[in-house]
Design a binder for this molecule. Structure first.
Ligand code: PMM
Length: 277
């Protein structure tokens, strides 16, 4: 770690992830990618077998298990700290049995409340992300008041995450094991993501560490659009993501979920060297 920002490197084992085009779709390639991220200095490898891109179809439970379990086993054997990016209790349980220690649930327990019982039973760390619906419906639910309104995106996300915290506590997961995530891009339009980043302090005052995943997301592509409005392609958003990592480190986030671990490490070294940490 640099200073105290956890770098979570993304290992998508999906044929259709928007950000890496499914290049790591088979086990060996995903393990090799995870090893590279580990060598680059990832603190945690986040292994996921379900794409959440808009319009993606959900894999069968058996497909998701086949994708993530062998990758987790191999990376844990290498000494990696592994999280599993899943909304399913069966997958969370199998991943924890395979040696993962963190469950990263983009639905915060809404898609399958059984995830919370699995996490409580295993004593795992739980990342609860703000989410409203699966990707086929989430764009319709990106409805919030304008900033400053009674139900602006910061107020709504804060309230809905607080409700998740109540469910997490009710399942018996101790507060010390919980990390919250505002869920950039999930039932949020571009402007909502920027408003959330502006209002991150109000999410942080719920009292939990925050993880933020901005890496390669489309709101960065829109920010960097050409003069004719063409968004910057996914592979050319890295510098903007790194700039955001610097800002997030300054704001005291617990961790960042990123694709380019090496570049993120560089950013955090500069930040640490200049921030007196
Ligand atoms: N974003 C994606 C997937 N999983 N998990 C957390 N906790 N936070 C995120 O912002 C998040 C996530 C989608 O991005 P990807 O397709 O690049 O993995």
């Amino acid at each position: 770690m640099d200073g105290s920002v956890v770098v979570m490197g993304v290992v998508n084992v999906t044929p259709d992830s928007f950000s890496d085009g499914g290049r790591w779709a088979d086990t060996d390639a995903a393990v090799a990618h995870g090893r590279r991220l580990l060598a680059d200095g990832a603190d945690v490898l986040d292994v996921g077998g379900e794409s959440t891109r808009p319009g993606a179809t959900r894999p069968l439970v058996s497909e998701e298990l086949d994708r993530v379990v062998p990758v987790i086993e191999a990376l844990v054997a290498d000494g990696a700290r592994v999280s599993v990016d899943t909304m399913r209790s069966e997958v969370a349980a199998a991943a924890l049995a395979a040696g993962a220690t963190i469950v990263n649930d983009v639905s915060g327990g809404l898609a399958d409340p059984g995830v919370l019982d699995v996490v409580a039973g295993a004593g795992a760390t739980y990342v609860a992300m703000h989410w409203r619906a699966h990707s086929d419906r989430m764009a319709d639910l990106a409805t919030y008041d304008a900033p400053g309104g009674p139900d602006d995106v910061v107020t709504a996300v804060r309230r809905e995450l607080a409700e998740r915290v109540e469910a997490i506590r009710a399942a018996g997961v101790p507060d010390e094991q919980v990390v919250l995530d505002p869920g950039l891009g999930f039932a949020k339009r571009g402007e909502h993501n920027w408003q959330l980043l502006d209002g991150l302090d109000r999410i942080a005052d719920l009292g939990f560490p925050l993880l933020v995943g901005a890496s390669r997301k489309s709101f960065l592509g829109t920010l960097l659009a050409d003069a004719d409005g063409t968004p910057r392609p996914v592979g050319e958003r890295e510098v903007a993501g790194h700039a955001l990592t610097m800002v997030l480190a300054q704001r005291g986030v617990w961790g960042v979920r990123v694709h380019d671990v090496r570049g993120t490490r560089d950013v955090l070294r500069v930040w640490r060297r200049t921030s007196g940490r």
